[in-house]
Design a protein around this ligand. Structure first.
Ligand code: 2AL
Length: 244
């Protein structure tokens, strides 16, 4: 089985890390294809970034369809373009916020999201509402670390994020932590061992979820809202997105 994991930002080192974490989480026999768009923002931490990440993301999904990919992961915690990707793809498409929050709800009475910048917290709350898990979401906390500084040389991101997770357990009464950025995927096991509660990384959770859906023979329902987009011309810079 082939699962395409799309990092919707254009930072190749982050795509490599996400791909390694997804492949490590996948079953033997599953091939993870980690890709990023040819155009778009280097990181996604605003609504503007999200909107401009989506065309490049959809281009990758369209390529995956031509190549016969079985299922997809959208590997950014805002789940940008998830519904549009579902319209384009025949196989299942899973967002990392969606998979992480739903997985966390299996594991405890309440979870806290620990994310990058405070300005992304509203989006995480909106997604918890959308996915029907806001009852489980006790808090959304920011470390005020921009995405690309997670891996900067000499960064103390690991310590700052771990301490925020510790405070979430102590102050929010959460049983489970959800990491709020794909760029935190490699920290998951270490933080869990240090703070003693389950820590969910959406990249791993979404990869396994997409894989399970494919293995069960389940795909996005195509009768209504998620039917393939109607044939339509797109003009200007988006001319290449025309559907014939
Ligand atoms: C993210 C993420 O997962 N990738 C990215 O570029 N931005 N999320 C976030 N909360 O900053």
């Amino acid at each position: 089985m082939r699962i395409m994991v799309v990092n919707p930002n254009t930072t190749a080192t982050m795509t490599d890390k996400i791909g390694a974490c997804a492949q490590a989480a996948a079953s033997p026999g599953t091939m993870v294809l980690a890709v990023s768009p040819d155009m778009g923002p280097v990181s996604i931490e605003s609504h503007y970034d999200e909107a401009l990440a989506v065309p490049g993301l959809l281009e990758q999904i369209a390529r995956g369809e031509s190549d016969g990919v079985d299922g997809y992961v959208v590997a950014c915690f805002g789940d940008p373009g998830l519904d549009a990707a579902r319209e384009l793809a025949a196989g299942p498409v899973v967002g990392i916020a969606e998979a992480a929050m739903r997985t966390a709800a299996y594991l405890g009475r309440g979870f806290s999201v620990v994310t990058t910048l405070g300005r992304t917290c509203g989006r995480a709350w909106d997604l918890a509402e959308r996915y029907g898990v806001s009852r489980f979401c006790r808090n959304v906390r920011a470390c005020e670390i921009p995405v690309l500084e997670l891996d900067a040389p000499g960064s103390d991101a690991r310590e700052v994020i771990t301490e925020e997770c510790r405070r979430a357990v102590a102050q929010d009464g959460s049983d489970v932590i959800v990491l709020g950025c794909a760029g935190m995927a490699d920290l998951c096991a270490d933080i869990s061992a240090r703070i003693g509660v389950p820590v969910v990384d959406g990249v791993a959770a979404a990869t396994r979820t997409a894989e399970s859906l494919v293995a069960l023979g389940l795909r996005t329902g195509k009768r209504g809202e998620f039917a393939a987009p109607r044939p339509k011309s797109y003009v200007g810079l988006l001319g290449g997105f025309t559907i014939t």
